[in-house]
Every structure is written in structure tokens, then in C-alpha cells.
Design a protein around this ligand. Structure first.
Ligand code: NAD
Ligand code: MG
Length: 395
């Protein structure tokens, strides 16, 4: 039985699409989402989960009143009940696909409960990598990366039966990046970029937050941190390579000169099916890769001058402690402000940098420490955003 957290989002919908292709193999225990009642209602009709959780009270009431009786689904509300659809003994695997820091507590709960954690919510690792990896190790949970790059790296490394990747003979991990919609834009052009332009990713269809992260390359910065945690790598072992076609999802280079790449069409259902089926391969619905039609695979170096978010993520790793949680929280506030058209696209890294300068860093040895760093970073980032907003309006 699988619980899908963030079921109404891009990853959640793709997960349920793969699950629906294998009715004999998977059942849905719990679904959780913020407020999209129409999508949740449809998902309940099709998958008949034991529980459906809505964060917003009005959404839970609405869902309850519209749910047909034959679903047999119990509607619950609020963050506190998320733990139930994650830790109940009937649950084998949890798809952690809530967006942002909101996914941390439930991802950690799944790890502590020893479940198979299908990790899409990269922000939880960025914020609390040490705590999450420790919980996975201590409980014997399986961690299967769903982020396409990390899934590719996992596929290019041998793994033990309990999904622990082996790194013998690895010299580098090569994390590929599409470069996003602004790969060829100047800083001047990016200054006037609109939210819709930032969300128009050339290869992937994703939620708005990760789409903006992909445009700023903060997504690659977060993934750089994610790779260091999942594969227990020193930062110098991870190189970023811009590959505009998004056909190679990442690579592992070995000391003998071999480079193993995982390729496929840019469709998250491949990584999701890999995680759901592991260690077996199951059908995902993704079209086979047509190499002749692809014709060309290009590679270039990332440009940290035009995309300072990459540098900021690297610096956060170097500082260590709660710096990564601060970086993540400031980014979430900055992206929200950009999507609300309160700040410019090029002000996103400025908000993050100013926040990193002002919030002190401590050892993240407990969840409460990470949560207070996150809270303080959000407060400082909001102040910076307010300053930019006033300046933008000429006040
Ligand atoms: P999305 O915005 O499309 O969906 C987010 C989901 O989370 C929705 O179902 C929403 O209702 C739910 N949600 C939001 N806040 C919540 C809360 N407080 N409590 C419970 N549910 C809440 O996002 P997405 O693109 O599906 O991305 C989800 C996660 O997966 C992100 O962490 C993202 O970085 C990661 N990811 C996404 C992709 C992709 O292709 N979309 C690829 C790799 C990793
Ligand atoms: Mg990715």
C-alpha cells in the first residue's frame, strides 16, 4: 500500500498515473494535498484510498460533502493527521511529494517509521539532511530518490539489497542541468522576466515553485546539496553539467575512465516507476527514447555569474549546519514574492544572500533547531522582500 503526499501536484498526479497501470501490485492507503478539492475528489473516486487528508479546513469539508459513499474513504484535516497516513502499519511506501519545507515533518515521519521513502521533496533533505539520513539509517527505511538526477545516479551505482548505493571506484558524480528557460538570457533580460516566462520550462512540466527554481538554477543548487546527502559525497565530488536536451538525467564517472549515464525522455514517471517497482522494473507509460529523433546531446559549463543561486547553494554547503535550511527558506520566500510579482526575478538571489548574511548558523542536531532556523530565515527574507517591494514601487 502506498501513501501519496502532495497527490494533486505534478509528481502526485504522475505517481497515481503509474499506480493505476498496476492495479494488482499497488493499493492507495492515503492521499494528502493542500486545497485542490476537485482533483482530490477525482483521485478518491478512482483510487478509493483509506484516507484523504486536506490541509485546509474548508477544503476538507467540501471534499467530505461531495465524496460518494462507495469510496469508503475517511476524510481528515490538518498537518497533525499526516503522520497517520505515513506511519500506519498498512503503509509500505510513501511518496513524499509535498512542495517545500511543508514536506519536512511527514518525510521525517516516514523515515523514522522505516517505510520505503520515495523522495521527491528535495527541500526536506536540504533543510535537515543529517536528521533525515540518520533516521533512514537507524530505522532501516529504504530511501529511493525520485528527483530525476538522483534517480539517475542511483541507477548508475550498484546498490545493496536495502537500497544503500555503493560508491567503490567512483571519481565524480555529474549532475546534469537543462539550464532552464533563461539559459541564453542576459541578466538585463532576466531582470524583466515574468512569472509565466520563468515557469515555461523547455523540457519538463512541473509545479510553479520548482519551475522558478529551475529558471534561477536554485533547483540545481538544491539538487547539489541533495546529492551530497543521499550519496554521502563531499561537495568536490559533484560537478554540474548543463545539458539542454534533458535526455541524460545524470552520470557517474569511475576511476577507470568509464562514465555511466541514465537516459530517457524527460518524464518523471520513469523515476517514479523505478521507485515504486524497485528492485524490479515496471512499466511507466513513458514513450521509448528515440535517439535518432533526438539527434544531438549538448553539454556546457554552468554560468554562476548569471545564475548566482548556484553559488549561494554551494556556499551554504561549505558553511554547513543550518545554513542550508536558511538558504532553502529564503529561497521559498523569494520565489513566492516573485510569483506574486512583489520582486524581480534577479532579486531572488539577493534576498537569499542577504538572509544568509543575517541569520546565524548553528548545528542542526534536532528538528526544533532546523525549524527555528527556517522560521528566522523566513522573517529576515520577508523583511528584505518588503524593502525591495517598496524600492520597486518608488516609495
Ligand atoms: P506542485 O506544486 O505541483 O504540487 C505540490 C503538492 O503539494 C500539491 O498536491 C499541494 O496540494 C501539496 N501541498 C502544498 N502545500 C502543502 C501542505 N502544507 N501540506 C500538504 N500538502 C501540500 O509541486 P511538484 O512539482 O509536484 O513538486 C513536489 C515536490 O517534488 C517538490 O519538492 C519538488 O521540488 C519535487 N520535484 C518535482 C519534480 C517535478 O517534475 N514536478 C521533479 C523533481 C522533484
Ligand atoms: Mg531534478
Amino acid at each position: 500500500m502506498v501513501s501519496v503526499l502532495g497527490s494533486t501536484g505534478s509528481i502526485g498526479v504522475s505517481t497515481l498515473d503509474v499506480i493505476a497501470r498496476h492495479p494488482d501490485r499497488f493499493g492507495v492507503y492515503g492521499l494528502a494535498a493542500n486545497s485542490s478539492v476537485d482533483t482530490m475528489l477525482e483521485q478518491c473516486r478512482i483510487h478509493k484510498p483509506v484516507y484523504a487528508v486536506m490541509m485546509r479546513e474548508s477544503a476538507a469539508q467540501d471534499l467530505q460533502s461531495r465524496l460518494p459513499d462507495d469510496c469508503g474513504t475517511t476524510v481528515l484535516q490538518g498537518e497533525d493527521v499526516l503522520a497517520r497516513i505515513v506511519t500506519d502499519p498498512g503503509v509500505d511506501a510513501v511518496m513524499a511529494a509535498i512542495v517545500g519545507a511543508a514536506g519536512l515533518a511527514s518525510t521525517l515521519a516516514a523515515a523514522h517509521a522505516g517505510k520505503t521513502v520515495l523522495l521527491a521533496n528535495k527541500e526536506s533533505l536540504v533543510m535537515a539532511g543529517h536528521l533525515l539520513m540518520e533516521a533512514i539509517h537507524d530505522s532501516g527505511a529504504l530511501l529511493l530518490p525520485i528527483d530525476s538526477e538522483h534517480n539517475a545516479i542511483f541507477q548508475c551505482l550498484p546498490a545493496t539489497e536495502d537500497a544503500r548505493p555503493l560508491k567503490g571506484g567512483v571519481s565524480k558524480v555529474l549532475l546534469t542541468a537543462s539550464g532552464g528557460p533563461f539559459r541564453c538570457w542576459s541578466l538585463d533580460q532576466m531582470r524583466d522576466a515574468s512569472p509565466d516566462q520563468a515557469c515555461a520550462h523547455p523540457n519538463w512540466s512541473m509545479g510553479r515553485k520548482i519551475s522558478v527554481d529551475s529558471a534561477s538554477l536554485m533547483n540545481k543548487g538544491l539538487e547539489f546539496i541533495e546529492a551530497c546527502w543521499i550519496f554521502q559525497l563531499a561537495p568536490k565530488m559533484v560537478d554540474i553539467v548543463v545539458h539542454p536536451q534533458s535526455i541524460i538525467h545524470s552520470m557517474v564517472q569511475y576511476v577507470d575512465g568509464s562514465v555511466l549515464a541514465q537516459m530517457g525522455n524527460p518524464d518523471m514517471r520513469t523515476a517514479i516507476a523505478f521507485g515504486l517497482g524497485w528492485p524490479e522494473r515496471i512499466a511507466s507509460g513513458v514513450a521509448p527514447l528515440d535517439l535518432i529523433a533526438t539527434a544531438q546531446l549538448d553539454f556546457e559549463a554552468p554560468d554562476e555569474a548569471r545564475f548566482p543561486c548556484l553559488r549561494l547553494a554551494r556556499e551554504s554547503v561549505a558553511v554547513g549546519g543550518t545554513a542550508m535550511a536558511v538558504c532553502n527558506a529564503a529561497n521559498e520566500i523569494a520565489v513566492d514574492a516573485f510569483l506574486a510579482e512583489d520582486i524581480r526575478f534577479t532579486e531572488i538571489p539577493q534576498v537569499i544572500e542577504k538572509t544568509l548574511e543575517q541569520v546565524s548558523v548553528v548545528e542542526p542536531n534536532a528538528l526544533s533547531v532546523v525549524e527555528s532556523a527556517d522560521k528566522e530565515a523566513r522573517r529576515v527574507a520577508r523583511e528584505t522582500v518588503a524593502g525591495f517591494s517598496r524600492a520597486g514601487r518608488g516609495a
